[in-house]
Design a protein around this ligand. Sequence first.
Ligand code: FE2
Length: 375
Amino acid sequence: MSRIREIFCDAQELTITWENASVSRLQAIWLRDHCQMPSSRNPDNGQRLLNITDIPLDVGIKQASLDGDRLIIEFSPDGHRSEFSLDWLLQNCYCLNRQYDDRSEADKILWHGGSFGQALPRCAYSAFCDQPRSKLAALQAVRDYGFVLLDAVPCESGQILKVIEKFGYVRETNYGPMFEVRTKIDPNNLAYTNLGLGCHLDNPYRDPVPGLQLLHCLDSSTEGGESILQDGFMAAKVLRDESPDHFLMLSQHRLNFRFRDECADLQSRVPLIEVNDLDEVVKVRFNNRSIDTIKLPAELMERFYPAYRHFAEILERAGLQLVFKLQPGELMLFDNTRVLHARKAYSAAGTRHLQGAYSDLDGLYSSLRLLEASL
Ligand SMILES: [Fe+2]
């Protein structure tokens, strides 16, 4: 039985009324551009074989008809014939489906400090390596919440790079493939002292910013030094709810970030809150240490500072922060475009040694999709 109640077309548009009364209105040029025939798409890899300029601007629909579960369209003026399965049309219709963006706040689960109770998203490292369903759940936690904790990761130097190989690729930087986080004499970065660090995202001065960060605890015998994670998308939502004007200021205007030492001079000009074409938050950047001279059009400066200060004040609210002490063998893997991290100050006595590394979101999402398709 057909899943279509009726079809109607004129030269420019095909209208499908589905049996549940939902309606797809599809432009002729869109249908021609998405032709699934072997002359238009490589049957093996699905890649498009035609260029948009191969399609006449005045392309139209000469006739459309149903043949079982397939819709047959003949186009004018060239008589090209396309067949679309009804399944494909339902899954791809731009009227019926949200414009999916896997980085968008609309596809995430936003959280605050009390959202998880004692049940943080966790996975035993042995299960992450050996059990595909456990690995999938861990990667889904990164996608949905922005972080996961891996337990019982062997406390060996360099192990963090082996963890990355399980789902993606190491993002090497001027700090090398990985970096040490412990108190150093004469450090070139405040991260390498025992001072507390406010909530921040790493490396906003890079373009592109590393999408993922990992921190692996090898030793923790100091007093203090608790880790803090915070959902930057939740903080951006709070800002938008409390002051749409402040949200607009931070999402529409750009700031300079910079890191400089004797080996590198990295600079970027980016917004603190990045939105997509649907005005949904897709990235947050905040790093008090590496924000460069603030340069904005003079008429904006007076309105910028209240917005900037408001966002910083939201990020300091204890209720939004998740606080826990990372134990030796634990590794936190988090989305560095969304989840801010911080640490409390720690004592000079004892040792605190973490190894950190970066990776990118595209590799993790790729592994996640392949696992979802295979299980
Ligand atoms: Fe950091």
